[in-house]
Design a protein around this ligand. Structure first.
Ligand code: TRH
Length: 350
């Protein structure tokens, strides 16, 4: 490899929600800031990115709307298509006509299923052109592509001032005995039942404050339960919210990973799929998590299987806290996804 910075194009087609843009931006930013790559992010919908990273135009990633028709662009050394979104056909043709074909990766969705490590890195030849695409699977297991985690994560956390965060968002200082919860979920039929359970469980000695980022509802109290909306926070500030809370409800892929780095007990609402395919993925994660057995009934109920038992789950929180810290340490040991991806490409660019 020459000393020139590696050029990388990331293609992102937003399906719905924030997750696709969230993962692509996180990876793009890390490749640029931590590995010195020159990254262009081609994204077909800028709306989620504007919320996740309002200052994205300041760099260091060059963000472009993904135009149709494709105007043509010189292919990069490394091409990452997120979630099998397929770069424009003319771009793929141009990839094949380079003197040296780019490293082409399909970054897949995260899953804890056991087949992931066996499929990670597998090549798939293009049916017509002299190009090879590799599957890049994020994952928890050795042999997978790992998880996104920034180098400065621990330093940011060490410098975090919870009191200042609360003051900035007009939250009163933590009340004695308060359980602070963040809530980020899909429309969930179990939510009214949970609100009801919280309102019955909360007492003056044990108030519950639920912070709901991105909610348009007005703040309200039911007895000693306080439901409080927050603005949708930029991605980095969302970490601060997770650090502030004792329990985090998260969803999808990226907030699910962030909750694990936050090392606090969390409840995951998985992205629902046809024919309940998501339940196998939920099970696979519970099977590898050291507190899986304790989490299982409440998590399943939050994902539509069985009834929520909040008092039982609340009783397990003190134990879950220590396990969450251990789990975060275990997950942080292998190389992070961006470093692993850089190594994967470097070996093939030699
Ligand atoms: O938005 P999501 O539901 O995205 C989903 C999943 O990624 C799913 O796997 C995918 O198939 C589907 O999209 C298309 O949840 P996710 O993945 O947690 O992404 C949300 C991002 O938003 C994450 O980076 C956290 C961030 N966020 C903020 O930055 N600020 C906030 O205030 C909140 C609530 C979230």
């Amino acid at each position: 490899m020459t000393n020139k910075p590696t050029r990388c194009d990331i293609f992102c087609a937003v399906v719905d929600n924030y997750g696709d843009a969230a993962v692509c931006w996180r990876l793009a930013y890390q490749l640029a800031t931590e590995h010195g790559w020159q990254v262009r992010l081609w994204i077909d919908d800028l709306a989620p990115l504007r919320q996740l990273a309002p200052d994205f135009a300041a760099g260091p990633v060059a963000v472009f709307p993904w135009p149709t028709p494709w105007p043509g662009a010189d292919p990069a050394d490394v091409v990452i298509e997120a979630f099998a979104c397929e770069p424009p056909p003319a771009y793929v043709e141009a990839m094949a006509s380079r003197a040296r074909a780019p490293i082409w990766l399909n970054l897949e969705y995260l899953s804890a299923e056991t087949w992931v490590a066996g499929s990670h890195g597998l090549p798939s030849p293009h049916p017509r052109l002299p190009l090879l695409k590799h599957f890049y699977f994020p994952g928890f297991a050795a042999g997978s592509g790992g998880l996104l985690r920034e180098r400065d994560y621990d330093a940011r956390r060490a410098g975090f001032d919870e009191a200042a965060f609360r003051a900035e968002f007009a939250l009163p200082p933590r009340l004695p005995g308060e359980l602070t919860v963040s809530l980020f979920s899909y429309a969930n039929p179990a939510l009214p039942e949970l609100i009801e359970a919280w309102s019955r469980w909360a007492t003056p000695e044990r108030p519950v404050r639920v912070l709901n980022p991105g909610s348009s509802e007005a703040a309200r109290s039911i007895g000693n339960l306080i439901l409080q909306p927050l603005p949708f926070l930029p991605q980095r500030r969302y970490d601060e919210l997770l650090w502030t809370c004792d329990l985090n409800f998260v969803r999808g892929e990226d907030s699910f990973v962030r909750a694990q780095w936050a090392a606090k007990p969390f409840v995951w609402q998985i992205y629902p799929q046809a024919e309940d395919a998501h339940l196998a993925k939920l099970d696979a994660f519970l099977a590898i998590h050291p507190a899986g057995a304790a989490l299982r009934p409440f998590w399943l109920a939050w994902n539509g299987v069985g009834r929520l038992d909040w008092p039982e789950f609340a009783a397990s929180l003190p134990g879950l806290e220590a396990q969450s810290q251990e789990w975060a340490k275990t997950l942080a040991r292998p190389p992070d996804l961006a470093s692993g991806l850089v190594k994967f490409c470097r070996e093939r660019l030699k």
